[in-house]
Design a protein. Structure first.
Length: 113
């Protein structure tokens, strides 16, 4: 799934910085309706979909989709395990390796398409 940033994100805590207006981004996952995007600083951060236009709504065929507490979630199986993102942000080696492997293998295929 691909999106383009249409306006600067805003967050009172500054957590939604790191995007460039007009820049395309690949959605790594959808969590409670928000998009997890690899931002300009290389961090996989959640952003509200209101600051994007969808340029390619196709989700990869291997994504796992679920509804949790009434909210939509969709991601590659590697990221769908409970606690994956917490482990990643806690810098746990296995989560970091899993993420790096995914980025190296998958995003190269997306850029070539």
């Amino acid at each position: 799934m691909k999106v383009r940033c249409t306006r600067e994100p805003s967050g009172s805590d500054g957590s939604q910085d790191g995007l460039t207006v007009g820049q395309p981004y690949v959605v790594l996952a959808i969590e409670a309706g928000d998009y997890r995007i690899l931002n300009d600083w290389g961090d996989p951060v959640l952003y509200t979909p209101e600051v994007f236009e969808v340029t390619d709504a196709r989700r990869p065929a291997d994504w796992v989709e679920s509804i949790e507490d009434g909210e939509p979630y969709a991601s590659p199986p590697e990221f769908h395990a409970p606690g994956f993102w917490e482990d990643y942000h806690d810098r746990k080696p296995e989560a970091l390796r899993t993420f790096a492997r995914y980025i190296n293998e998958r995003l190269g295929q997306i850029d070539a398409a």
